[in-house]
Design a binder for this molecule. Sequence first.
Ligand code: 5GP
Length: 182
Amino acid sequence: MSPTLNDFEVLFSAEEIGKRVAELGREISRDMDPHSELVVVGVLKGAILFMADLVRHLPENVSCDFLRLSSYSGTQTTGTVRFDFDLTQPIKGKDVLIIEDIVDTGLTMTFLLEALRVRNPRSLKICTLLHKPSRAERDVPLAHVGFTIPNRFVVGYGLDYEGRYRNLDRILALPEDYEEGQ
Ligand code: 5GP
């Protein structure tokens, strides 16, 4: 049986997330070159809530774009990544900040960094809300990390389980000993 909302426990409240997102906004603003154009690239669908909140803490001269990759189903990573759709603008010579919901094995961000690097941006960095270092299969450079988390399956604040729970204002995790079908 699939997990229901009752099977999850709160990892980060809406308030904790709000505070951390504001801090990340300040960090990113401090790092920005005021003379160059920053393109903030949200990776759909998981980064929607994070991106929407984060950009409100960035200066008004940033531009927002989105792309969509597919790589994942249920609670298991498949390891294959492809573009479902791409950016709407060239990024040559621009500073690009990728906004991701979670870096788990690192396969998705390794693919994306390689795919965008060949377009010759001036700089290319990643800001991820969550990082699960215990599952890393690739060493991905992360410029900004919201929260480092243990190896737990999480939902809420953009993250889904089979399409559900993205709209929750908090982040929930399945218990460590949770097994599907229990
Ligand atoms: P990676 O390629 O780093 O293994 O996985 C990245 C993608 O896997 C994320 O963008 C996210 O869509 C999905 N993912 C990894 N861990 C979790 C998790 O705990 N919960 C959810 N909902 N998605 C996850």
